[in-house]
Design a protein around this ligand. Sequence first.
Ligand code: KG4
Ligand code: ZN
Length: 340
Amino acid sequence: MEKDVLILAIESSCDETAAAVVKNGRTVLSNIISSQIALHTLYGGVVPEIASRRHIEKINQVIEEALREAQVRLGDLDAVGVTYGPGLVGALLVGVAEAKAIAYAAGLPLVGVHHIEGHVSANYIENSELKPPFLCLIVSGGHTHLVKVKDYGVYEIVGRTHDDAAGEAYDKVARAIGLGYPGGPKIDRLAGEGNPAAIPFPRARIEGSPFDFSFSGLKSAVLNYLNSCEMRGEEINRADVAASFQQAVVDVLTGRTMAAAQEFGMKRVAIAGGVASNSALRSAMARACAEGGLEFYHPSPVLCTDNAAMIGAAAYYEYRKGVRSGLDLNAVPNLKIGER
Ligand code: KG4
Ligand code: ZN
């Protein structure tokens, strides 16, 4: 039997300071998340410098808690995994510097992890039977991609957004209807009280790129709708706006994912990223996959939004392939998927 591999994983790319201990890429021994949401809500969005400063204050405490809850000492670990991009540079540097210090002091190998590959790998944690190949829809605050996961850590992008990411559209529309930050969960909740067929918002297609996305036209359509209601002195039903906007996003995400699965003959479909915790998207994808005879995978909501357990899962498969980062590892704010 192979020896267990224990990885301490660290994530600080945006507004969550997180650490986890993960065994063999799939068993989460601890998953500690210190969220900064309350802090950034005051400003209506993430303030990069405030995020970095809060990471510095919290990171040691979060790591100590992750080790304590997992009942693991540094000497028991096999490697340290850390997100080194993409994300906010000052935020990433806190996690990267911390991981390097621990790896150096404890004599452990260091494995730099791509944040988005972490989101994809969140699917391995609760689905022990899931193995590549599968198709994954990645929908976060900064990314909207359809990727073929050909093997562990091997990706081929088959669709991408030409402008806003899905999460970005949620956040902008939430601000426009006065819901504030963070927009996604607030729209998700309010949409439950509205009529998704009330307002015919557009479902944009990209000429010649059947698996690509565009959300900026949808965002403008919502803003135009709000303006014209205001000019006519009509009261705005915010729940109907939220529900109709959400339906447009979900229709496009689900439709294009199903079309790609069919085109590329993929039998398994997964979703990943913060927007993958959206209740309407989860049920629409589950329905579409059932109708199409496809297996559908999704992480629990807490593993969809930023966390370090997913970084531990991705780090494990890189570690197994022999990937090691040097102590000169740096933050790469615009790291592309599949790049090292
Ligand atoms: O993956 P994530 O936590 O951070 C990034 O890597 O960007 O994603 C954050 C995004 C935000 O835009 C947030 O509004 C959105 O995910 N989000 C949601 C929901 N929960 C978070 N969007 C729709 N419905 C949700 N329930
Ligand atoms: Zn993320």
